[in-house]
Design a protein around this ligand. Structure first.
Ligand SMILES: [Ca+2]
Length: 496
C-alpha cells in the first residue's frame, strides 16, 4: 500500500546566542575589512564619524578614519541625534583600487540665521601603503543635497548583484515629526511621491571611484521628463536600514514610520525598478494621506510586514537575511529589530514560505543581557561569510549559535538512490527510527513545501522529485527519539 505523507517545515529558531565583541560608542554597521571571502577582520562604523578596525578579538586603538570633530572634522559633519555617518560600502574592486563609499550628513549655519542640513555621498581611498588607514587626502563628494529639516536621513548603501550602488535617502522630515506633532510631519512637502527630488527614495548609481557617478542606462526613469534619473524606487519615509539577501539578490527595506506603523518592504531580485512603496499616501498597509481611497489603482507595493507603535516599539531597524554557516536553523530568516522596544518583543524575523510571509519574534541571548532604556539598537552588519552582527548605542555583537539546535549528523546518514534522480528516489535513514519531520531546500535555499513521500518500506522512504527543477537540494530529517538531525544532498536532473 502506498501512503502519501505531507511534511511541514520544523526546526524554527526561538533564541539565538550572541557574543559581545566590544563596547563601541554609537556603532551602526559592521562589514568585512576587505572583499576577501576569508577575511576575519571587521570594520565597525559609528554614527559619530569613527570607523574602527576589529582584529584578533579587539578594537584597534587607532581608527581607520574619523570624519568627526576629533578627526578629519570634515566640513559640516553633523553631531545631532540623527546626524553623522550613516553607511559604508567597499568598492567591488577594493582590493585593487582601494575605493570605499560613505554616506554622512550634517548641519551648518549659513551666516544668515538659517541653518542648512545636508547629506553627502563621498568616496575615499585606502592608504596605498597601510590597509589600516584611509588616505585622508584623497576623497571626492559624489552627491550632495540639502535636507529641508534635521532628521530622516536614511543613508544605508550597498552594491547590488548588478554592480550598481544602491543607497537610501529619507523624505526630509524632522526628527520626531508626527508623533510629537511637529509642523513638518507627514512629509508635508510630499517629497517621497515627487519624482523630481531624490528625497524619500532608493537611488541606483554607477560609481567610478573619485570620478563623478553616471546614471545606469536601465534605471527606470531614464529619459522621463521632470524626474531624477538616479531614482530606483520611491515612496519611502526614512529607509534607515535596508539590505540585499546575499543569496537571492532580493531587497529587504525597513522604513521607519510616522505616527502608528513601522514596516518592512520587499523588492524581488527580478524587479526592474520604478516601484512605489507608498509613503505618504500610505503608512504601512494603512492609508495616511488621504485617509481613505489612498491606493485607488492598487499599484503600490505594500509591506510584507507592519507593526504598531505598541509595547514600547517605535522605529524599525532593518536587518539581514541570515546566510551564514554558524546557525543552520536561522538560514533564510530575515532578522530585524526596533530602535527602542525594551518589552516583550525586541527582535523579529520574517521568512518567505510558499504560502506567504511567516512572522516570528525571536530572542537574542547575550551575557549579562542588554541594558534596558540605555542600549538603543542602531543597526546590523554582515560579513563576507554571511555571519550577522548587531550594533547598539554602546556595543557590537556577533550572532553565534542556536542553543536549541539539533546536532547535525554526517551526510552519509542520509542516502538517496538513485542520486541524481529524476522521479522517485529512495531515501534511506541509516537508522530504524521513525521520521518525525523533514525539510527539503531547493538550490536557492528556499524551503520546498510539502514534499510528497511515499512510505512503503520504512525506514526507506520514496521521495518524488519529478516536479523539481534541476539542481542540488539539501534535505534535513529529524527522527523520533533523538535530537540529532540527519542531512543529505540530493541532485535532481529534470528535463521538464
Ligand atoms: Ca510603505
Amino acid at each position: 500500500m502506498l501512503v502519501l505523507v505531507h511534511f511541514q517545515s520544523a526546526a524554527q529558531p526561538n533564541t539565538i546566542k550572541a557574543d559581545r565583541l566590544a563596547y563601541v560608542d554609537e556603532a551602526i554597521q559592521v562589514l568585512s575589512f576587505s572583499n576577501d571571502p576569508n577575511e576575519a577582520r571587521l570594520f565597525i562604523l559609528c554614527h559619530n564619524g569613527k570607523i574602527w578596525v576589529y582584529e584578533d578579538g579587539e578594537v584597534l586603538p587607532e581608527p581607520f578614519l574619523d570624519l568627526g570633530p576629533d578627526g578629519l572634522d570634515i566640513v559640516d559633519f553633523g553631531i545631532g541625534a540623527e546626524e553623522g555617518l550613516n553607511g559604508m560600502v567597499l568598492d567591488p574592486n577594493y582590493e585593487e583600487n582601494g575605493f570605499f563609499y560613505l554616506m554622512y550628513n550634517g548641519w551648518k549655519p549659513d551666516g544668515s540665521g538659517i541653518n542648512l542640513y545636508d547629506e553627502h555621498l563621498i568616496c575615499f581611498k585606502r592608504d596605498e601603503n597601510n590597509p589600516y588607514k584611509a588616505d585622508t587626502e584623497q576623497n571626492s563628494v559624489l552627491l550632495t543635497f540639502e535636507m529641508p529639516r534635521r532628521g530622516h536621513n536614511a543613508g544605508a548603501l550597498a552594491f547590488g548583484p548588478d554592480g550598481y550602488l544602491y543607497l537610501s535617502v529619507g523624505d526630509g522630515g524632522a526628527t520626531g515629526s508626527g508623533a510629537t506633532g511637529g509642523g513638518s510631519g507627514g512629509d508635508s512637502d510630499n517629497n517621497a511621491q515627487n519624482l523630481n527630488t531624490i528625497l524619500g527614495k532608493i537611488l541606483r548609481l554607477d560609481v567610478h571611484g573619485l570620478d563623478p557617478y553616471t546614471i545606469p542606462p536601465t534605471n527606470p526613469f531614464v529619459g522621463v521628463p521632470d524626474t531624477r534619473e538616479e531614482i530606483w524606487a520611491y515612496g519611502f519615509r526614512n529607509p534607515w536600514r535596508w539590505s540585499f539577501d546575499r543569496l537571492t539578490g532580493d531587497k529587504y527595506i525597513g522604513d521607519v514610520g510616522e505616527v502608528d506603523w513601522e514596516e518592512v518592504s520587499f523588492e524581488p531580485a527580478e524587479s526592474q525598478g520604478g516601484l512605489n512603496f507608498g509613503w505618504r499616501l500610505m503608512e504601512g498597509t494603512h492609508c495616511y494621506e488621504p485617509i481613505i481611497d489612498c491606493n485607488p489603482d492598487d499599484d503600490m507595493v505594500l509591506p510584507i510586514y507592519d507593526y504598531a507603535h505598541a509595547n514600547g516599539l517605535c522605529s524599525v531597524v532593518g536587518g539581514y537575511v541570515y546566510r551564514g554557516t554558524n546557525i543552520p536553523t536561522l538560514n533564510g530568516y530575515y532578522i530585524f529589530t526596533d530602535y527602542c522596544g525594551f518589552e516583550e518583543i525586541k527582535f523579529m524575523t520574517l521568512k518567505q514560505e510558499v504560502d506567504g510571509w511567516a512572522f516570528k519574534p525571536i530572542d537574542l541571548e547575550v551575557e549579562g543581557g542588554f541594558i534596558p532604556f540605555q542600549e538603543w539598537r542602531f543597526g546590523w552588519g554582515e560579513d563576507n561569510k554571511g555571519e550577522l552582527y548587531l550594533c547598539t548605542s554602546i556595543a557590537v555583537y556577533r550572532l553565534s549559535s542556536d542553543p536549541d539546535a539539533p546536532v547535525i549528523g554526517k551526510p552519509e546518514n542520509l542516502v538517496f538512490s538513485p542520486n541524481p534522480a529524476d522521479g522517485l528516489t529512495l531515501m534511506q535513514l541509516g537508522t530504524n527510527a521513525s521520521l518525525e519531520w523533514m525539510e527539503v531546500f531547493d538550490p536557492s535555499g528556499k524551503l520546498v513545501a510539502n514534499p510528497i513521500i511515499s512510505a512503503t518500506n520504512l525506514p526507506g522512504l520514496r521521495l518524488d522529485v519529478s516536479n523539481y527543477r534541476s539542481g542540488v537540494y539539501t534535505v534535513r530529517v529529524k527522527c523520533n527519539g533523538t535530537d540529532d538531525l540527519l542531512i543529505g544532498r540530493l541532485v535532481v536532473i529534470n528535463n521538464n
